[in-house]
Design a binder for this molecule. Structure first.
Ligand code: NAD
Length: 482
């Protein structure tokens, strides 16, 4: 066997060291354009250029066979599993919100349970007049606006579904989660490259703004807008004049009646409510408990890692986590403090002078229906509990708290009449019975996952087929073979 020269050995050592460095960059060495020594692919400073590149991506996807698309999706799943922990860490570090381990699990869920090309199903109708074929076609370039609460999860989940459907995608992510979101955009492009396809398949901005969102919304090449976020942005895209999918805010109530397994209900509710510090829009946000089991439920919640605060402490905390704003017309509204959203229970309690250990994951309190904690979507591990006399009152108040958002609602009960009555009355996209809320997105429950739950526009638990449009092909008087 030939001996290696000293120079060849030096070259090999330098190469290996270089690869090791690029694989494990310093955790702080990242922004919206790079991670360590790796420069992100597909990130633009100008939205028009990003859209033009996404259009080239669309044309490339259009030319692919379904098998080739699926190969890219397989690579996306693989990289997402491998890099879930990195994205979880950057997500928490950049936004200050959520929990690393829970974010890691959310990425694994996206990798495992987001439908791919198998979700696109054609339909055929045959009869005396021949054969009609209905196929699900891509829209073209999709403009996607993504939130700060599940940033990389949404980018990857959207990308899988949109590419499976044959589209190109340009993202305008939340500015507070831009490094995390663009990491995911780069991951999708790396997956494309690894599958032997274009380097730039999906695109994003280095500094997304309202202006770049507006450019996206009015650009002629954008044929579908998909928006995941609060009420402001959903209203904005639905007013754009384009086909839009709006995945908006929720305020999910959970009812516990006196037939439920109370200890299980207590643990399930705290597990759901504290998952990623309550950032998921589906998470339990307020609880309506039958008066005759409320004490037992509260005891179970305390056992499951909750800290009970008094009414006075709840009022004090409320003034910190909700900020009052008065507009030019003198109207006062309350909005959540960005410094409190997705923070650990321990951090929130410290704000009112209470010191607890890491074992405390939720703050609970006995409140009235009118309390701000019930009426506002906090996205914090704070769970107000409202006592109710019976199922009529529980359904009435829970529906009023959900306030017609048609997002998510949950219930713990063994009474099928009560379960059915609430499900019918609340009309939410997701309704979970006797499990933590996250069972509704396929985590411990059957069915696929999504991080874009489109209640307002009706697509529901979105998947690849949501990002398609129908096309019909008619063969008159032939091709019926019976
Ligand atoms: P957000 O509404 O602050 O931001 C969402 C996105 O919209 C961001 O990219 C933001 O930059 C953009 N945006 C906001 N106003 C806009 C406007 N007028 N025009 C264009 N773009 C605009 O939301 P967030 O804090 O990142 O996320 C939390 C909210 O999103 C909660 O209300 C939560 O319930 C909701 N959410 C819903 C779903 C769902 O699937 N239905 C999923 C995640 C989050």
């Amino acid at each position: 066997m030939a001996q290696l020269t000293e120079n060849e050995i030096k070259e090999i050592v330098a190469k290996v060291l270089g690869e090791m460095q690029s694989a494990t960059p310093s955790e702080q060495d990242w922004d919206s354009t790079h991670y360590g020594s790796r420069k992100f692919i597909g990130i633009f400073t100008d939205m028009n250029e990003a859209i033009a590149a996404a259009n080239r991506g669309y044309k490339a996807v259009r030319d692919m066979t379904v098998e080739e698309r699926e190969k890219i999706i397989t690579e996306i799943r693989k990289l997402t599993r491998e890099e879930a922990a990195i994205m979880a860490k950057i997500g928490v570090a950049e936004t200050g919100m959520g929990r690393v381990e829970h974010k890691r699990l959310k990425h694994i869920l996206v990798a495992d349970k987001t439908p791919g090309t198998e979700d696109i199903v054609s339909n055929a109708k045959t009869g005396d007049n021949g054969l009609t074929l209905i196929e699900m076609a891509p829209f073209g370039v999709v403009g996607s606006i993504t939130p700060s609460t599940n940033p990389s999860e949404t980018v990857i989940c959207n990308s899988i579904g949109m590419i499976a459907a044959g589209n190109g995608v340009v993202f305008n992510p939340h500015p507070n989660a831009i490094a995390t979101s663009n990491y995911a955009v780069d991951l999708v492009n790396r997956a494309s490259k690894a599958a032997g396809r274009p380097d730039i398949l999906v695109c994003s901005m280095d500094k997304p703004t309202m202006e770049s969102a507006a450019t996206m919304q009015s650009h002629p090449l954008i044929k579908l807008l998909v928006c995941t976020g609060g009420p402001g942005v959903v209203k904005a895209v639905l007013s754009s004049g384009k086909k839009a999918i709006g995945a908006g805010a929720g305020n999910p109530p959970v009812i516990v009646d006196d037939t439920a397994d109370i200890q299980k209900a207590a643990k399930d509710i705290i597990d759901g409510c504290t998952f990623d510090n309550n950032l998921p829009c589906i998470a339990e946000k307020e609880c309506f408990a039958f008066d005759n089991i409320a004490d037992e439920l509260i005891a179970g919640m305390i056992k499951a890692g909750s800290y009970m605060i008094t009414k006075e402490q709840a009022d004090k905390l409320s003034k910190i986590v909700l900020v009052e704003k008065t507009n030019a017309a003198g109207k006062t509204t309350k909005s959540v403090s960005r410094d409190c959203v997705g923070r650990d229970a321990k951090v929130l309690l410290a704000k009112i002078g209470i010191t607890v250990g890491d074992d405390i994951r939720c703050i609970i309190c006995d409140t009235d229906f009118t309390h701000d904690f019930v009426q506002n979507e906090l996205m914090m591990p704070i769970l107000p509990i409202v006592r109710v006399k019976n199922i009529d009152e529980a359904i009435d108040l829970a529906c009023r708290a959900e306030a017609g958002r048609r997002h998510s609602a949950h219930m713990h009960s063994k009474n099928i009449d009560n379960l059915s009555r609430f499900a019918r009355a609340v009309e939410t996209t997701i309704f979970v019975k006797n499990a933590p809320s996250y069972a509704g997105i396929g985590f411990g429950g059957e069915g696929h996952t999504t991080f874009t739950i489109a209640g307002p526009t009706g697509e529901g638990i979105t998947s690849a087929r949501s990002f398609t449009r129908q096309r019909r092909c008619v063969m008159a008087d032939s091709f019926r073979i019976i």
